[in-house]
Design a protein around this ligand. Structure first.
Ligand SMILES: Nc1ncnc2c1ncn2[C@@H]1O[C@H](COP(=O)(O)OP(=O)(O)O)[C@@H](O)[C@H]1O
Ligand SMILES: [Mg+2]
Length: 247
């Protein structure tokens, strides 16, 4: 069962044109259905780690296998089975897309060249909008929504992809507490169905309650902490860690 698995072995990745790698030798295996929260200071390489897993950056050393596929060999196939909710999105207020179009884009990569979305694709996209409670926004232009509404649309787009692996980069930054908890419930359901979730977040209070959570802390392009805890322990553990690093 390799579909939801992520394996990094001695990985270094660099941005195009950069002399030094940003990810500096990471080895780590994430199992199908795991919920992983990635923390660490600004600039630690958290976003870069997600991009590395999704095959978006040149790997200068080591190997990344996401969902059974070597990302350096076939990044496109990797990205078909991975949902990725990026960190700093911004939509032009005049962007010519309505919400239902943006959610449907989650289906496009799966359709194959030249195929148009069918009844089934529409049903899946509508389900994703219902789940996020944004069906009433379906016909609204994406650029005219609030940051929190746009965030929900992007999450719905990723869910419409029905991914085996879901990467979320600080998905709660625009969302109120009630919405965070609600989305955590959705994420917990996904892991129960075998989806692997890797989420960069500082919201250690907003975590799925059931099951264990793997906490990865990054610093300067490396993993400095990697351990599994119950949801209630995570915040205390992470605060303890940052206390130590500031000492
Ligand atoms: N597109 C880019 N080109 C070159 N360097 C980058 C790029 N994006 C990020 N970096 C650098 O990589 C390092 C890690 O950034 P990032 O992964 O965004 O950190 P985090 O998400 O943990 O805040 C930083 O030093 C940052 O300056
Ligand atoms: Mg980041």
């Amino acid at each position: 069962m390799t579909k939801g698995m992520i394996q990094l072995s001695g990985v270094q990745t660099a941005y195009e044109g950069s002399a030094l790698p940003v990810i500096k030798g990471i080895t780590c295996t994430i199992n199908p259905g795991e919920f992983v929260i990635v923390g660490g200071p600004n600039g630690a390489g958290k976003t870069t780690l997600l991009e590395t897993i999704n095959g978006l950056l040149p790997i200068v050393h080591g190997q990344v296998v996401t969902g059974g596929i070597d990302v350096a060999k076939d990044g496109n196939s990797v990205r078909k089975q991975v949902g990725y909710v990026i960190q700093n999105f911004s939509f032009d207020p005049l962007a010519p897309f309505i919400v239902s179009d943006v959610v449907m884009m989650g289906r496009f990569g799966l359709l194959g060249y030249g195929r148009r979305p069918g009844e089934e694709d529409r049903r899946i996209a509508e389900e994703a909008m219902d789940l996020l409670g944004i069906r009433d926004l379906a016909d609204r232009p994406i650029g005219k929504l609030s940051g929190g509404q746009q965030q929900k649309v992007l999450i719905a787009q990723s869910l419409a992809k029905q991914p085996d692996i879901l990467l979320l980069d600080e998905p709660f930054s625009n969302l109120d507490l009630a919405t965070r908890d609600f989305i955590c419930g959705i994420l917990a359901d996904l892991t129960r169905r075998g989806c692997t979730i890797v989420m960069v977040s500082h919201a250690f209070d907003a975590l799925p309650e059931n099951g264990s959570i793997r906490v990865i802390v990054m610093n300067d392009g490396a993993i400095t902490y990697n351990n599994t805890h119950s949801a209630s322990e995570v915040e205390r553990q992470v605060r303890g860690l940052s206390g130590r690093s500031n000492a």
